[in-house]
Design a protein around this ligand. Structure first.
Ligand SMILES: [Zn+2]
Length: 317
């Protein structure tokens, strides 16, 4: 379920106020560039903004029930076009399609929306083609570009867009959100808030996919010295999708670092992390994790690579 009202967006006051004012005063920009770290609500906010623009009953408090709201919820509104990288880039073909789409007036709404995810992946040729539409868009067109890294965008695109900045969320906000949404105990919510560096998206992925539990079983199996236990964990991890496995590697790195900081500087160690601390050299451990991750990206055998990771990490402890 999407958030349908900008008022419900967590802790992004400046972004939310800018958008609210722009539709309340009917001073909509032709292009908005939503920028800020990953997982802090850029996309969620963009969709909420669309509910305000499209709802047929109440623009201030979108109803979520009218035909337009239902189509937005399902991402099937004919006046909204979503673009994202195909094979790592947004290409000239996609932009040409979009320009064609813009040529005709909206079918059902007041506006036509072009929603570009990972806008920094627009390649140069496509970017130049897009510029023309950004310069002289038909009056009913609104672009929403989303990017974690707007320094990678063509400066000419940036200068034609209204920049909407998103910031990292405070730890307390993430913690309370996790407790409410997942009914987590205090120490688990706190750990997840602690290790997600202000990204609620990251905390939610780690929570939903049970990655904290995976870290605990990995470390337990590693310290057990039992080849069978290690192999079972390696087998289970290897069945994960690459992006989930990435989060596991992320967490493993954090465990190595926080173990080191705890031992060297008595820095607080996350409460829901494994009881066992990593005792080896953190630099070579992080290098090993990085190498295994790269090997998996180049299609190495996952079970064997993960088993190798066990042996390397836990042989030094
Ligand atoms: Zn509605």
């Amino acid at each position: 379920m999407k958030i349908k009202n900008l008022r419900e967006i967590l802790k992004q006051e400046s972004a939310v106020n800018l958008l609210k004012l722009s539709f309340q005063k009917k001073r909509l920009s032709h292009a908005y560039l939503f920028t800020g770290p990953r997982g802090v609500g850029k996309e969620t906010t963009a969709w909420a903004f669309l509910f305000h623009l499209f709802c047929e009953r109440d623009k201030e408090y979108p109803c979520g029930e009218c035909k337009a709201c239902r189509k937005i919820e399902k991402e099937i509104h004919p006046d909204v076009r979503i673009l994202y990288p195909e094979k790592r880039e947004i290409t000239i073909g996609q932009i040409r399609d979009t320009i064609h789409f813009l040529r005709y007036r909206p079918l059902e709404a007041e506006y036509k929306i072009i929603f570009i995810k990972e806008a920094d992946k627009i390649n140069l040729e496509a970017g130049n083609a897009l510029l023309k539409s950004l310069e002289e868009p038909p009056p009913y067109v609104i672009f929403i570009l989303i990017s974690e890294n707007f320094s990678k965008l063509l400066p000419t695109i940036v200068s034609r867009s209204q920049i909407v900045r998103f910031r990292s969320l405070p730890k307390e906000v993430i913690k309370e959100f996790l407790k409410k949404r997942f009914l987590f105990e205090d120490n688990i919510a706190e750990t997840l808030a602690d290790i997600s560096f202000g990204s609620i998206g990251k905390a939610v992925t780690i929570a939903e996919k049970g990655i904290l539990e995976e870290l605990n079983s990995f470390v337990k199996a590693g310290f057990s010295g039992s080849p069978l236990k290690k192999f079972k964990v390696a087998e289970r991890l290897s069945s994960f999708l690459p992006e989930v496995l990435d989060e596991f590697f992320y967490l493993l790195n954090i465990w190595v670092l926080r173990s080191y900081l705890k031992q060297k500087a008595n820095y607080p160690y996350p409460k829901a992390f494994p009881e066992e601390l990593f005792k080896g050299d953190p630099y070579s451990a992080i290098k090993t994790i990085y190498e295994v991750k790269n090997a998996l990206d180049s299609y190495a055998n996952p079970e064997l690579s993960l088993y190798f990771l066990f042996n390397r990490l836990f042989s030094t402890t």
